[in-house]
Design a protein around this ligand. Structure first.
Ligand code: PMP
Length: 408
């Protein structure tokens, strides 16, 4: 992108100036794990605690009112960011994991009967597998997974063929955290809708990287996490259509989610408050609201385009490294590259890269069934953000060649 001022963008991130292992510049390529935070987000959290700190929706004093306005402002900013119908359709959670668990226990469990099933895919994160298994164990329902091909693409026809009447929920990731595969959500959502099967989309790896419009996608639930989109940890959200949320019973009980409590029984607040018991991560959401403004200031389309350039260059350069095999070569990919080098264990490789200042993740990436499909215990994963550079791709390749000469 000619108009992308990378030096200016990088100057927003204090941590990107760090050195590691005795003065080596940090090359941070673990963005799918968590993203770095721009100074505006760090300052918003700091400012909140210095100047505004109070609990939300609990007191009439001015600080509490300010805190409530900031917190609700973040909800509105997030809702606009994904084009939700209204801010009331957004339940603020600690992240994707809490969002999928909320759907599992509040929406799904009361509907599950023995013989029912939940349909996922082979490429899901454990956060989009284990909650369905847990409620399945309580109800006698089972989990089934649609297959993928060797390039790491979902077999969409198979997925749709598996949408049989006993399926009470379909759930899949928008973008794979291991392969980078972008799934055709709108097509799948249309097939689900035709069969009356609700669809949950795990947007953890999509919202930070591509423009997302939940209503255009046509799904019923959309879960995402704040820390991967330049926001603080312990923030995230579940979007669901208003009528779906209205029909869901509470899962967590406590303060702020009630209408009236009597010893004989309680009545509950309307959504989203019904699902937000207890004091939330107020400062975190204040930071996340600022992160949303920051991302919009750059523009999600420009972020996506920049990352596609990085992906194309990194793919091409990594293919020059002898013995390197890329796992996941979908036609439609985000800037995530899993790889292995013949004769080297992923952890050893990541350890040697770290010594050169290059941070990648090695392991199963919370996707055991996907590792089983490829028959590997682990991969190395380089995952990019718009603030990464082409020079950092070169640094990765130099470090890989050095590691290869030591290991392979
Ligand atoms: N789904 C996907 C695809 C992810 O990449 C992640 C984070 N690695 C999660 C779910 C879980 O997100 P969190 O840990 O923030 O709840």
């Amino acid at each position: 992108l000619e108009d992308f001022d990378i030096d200016r963008v990088r100057a927003d991130y204090p941590l990107l100036a760090r050195t590691v292992h005795g003065g080596k510049p940090l090359v941070y390529l673990d963005n799918a794990n968590t993203a770095q935070k721009p100074a505006c987000v760090i300052e918003a959290v700091d400012h909140f605690y210095r100047e505004r700190n109070a609990n939300v929706a609990r007191a009439v004093h001015v600080l509490s009112e300010e805190a409530t306005n900031l917190y609700e402002g973040a909800r509105s900013a997030l809702a606009r960011f994904i084009n939700a119908g209204s801010a009331q359709e957004l339940v603020l959670t600690s992240g994707t994991t809490m969002a999928t668990n909320l759907v599992a226990y509040s929406y799904l469990l009361p509907r599950l009967r023995p013989g029912d099933s939940v349909l996922v895919t082979r490429m899901e994160h454990h956060a989009n597998i284990v909650p369905w298994q847990l409620v399945g164990q309580r109800s006698g329902a089972t989990l089934k997974a649609a297959p993928i091909n060797a390039r790491g693409e979902l077999l969409v026809d198979e997925f749709i063929a598996m949408l049989t009447p006993e399926v009470k929920l379909a759930a899949l990731t928008h973008v794979s955290n291991v392969l980078g595969t972008v799934n055709p959500i709108a097509q799948i959502a249309a097939a689900c809708r035709k069969r009356g099967i609700p669809l949950l989309v795990d947007g953890s790896q999509a919202v930070p990287h591509i423009p997302v419009d939940v209503r255009a996608l046509g799904c019923d639930f959309y879960a995402f996490t704040g820390h991967k989109m330049c926001g603080p940890t312990g923030t995230g959200a579940l979007w669901a259509r208003r009528e779906i949320l209205a029909g869901m019973p509470p899962f967590f009980g406590g303060g702020e989610m009630i209408r009236e409590v009597r010893i004989e029984g309680s009545t509950f607040a309307d959504p989203p408050a019904r699902f937000e018991a207890g004091t939330p991560n107020i400062a975190g959401f204040v930071g996340l609201g600022v992160a949303v403004d920051y991302l919009q200031g750059i523009g999600m389309s420009r972020i996506a385009a920049r990352e596609q350039e990085l992906l194309a260059y990194a793919t091409q350069q990594l293919k020059q490294v002898p013995g390197l095999r890329i796992i996941g070569e979908a036609a439609h990919k985000a800037a995530v590259i899993s790889f292995l080098i013949e004769g080297a264990h992923a952890h050893d490789l990541a350890t040697l890269l770290d010594l050169e200042g290059v941070a990648v993740r090695s392991g199963h990436h919370c996707a055991h069934p996907l590792m089983q499909f490829y028959g590997v215990p682990a991969t190395c994963r380089a995952s990019f953000a718009f603030y990464n550079t082409f020079a950092e791709v070169d640094a990765l390749c130099i470090a890989l060649n050095k590691a290869r000469s030591l290991l392979a």
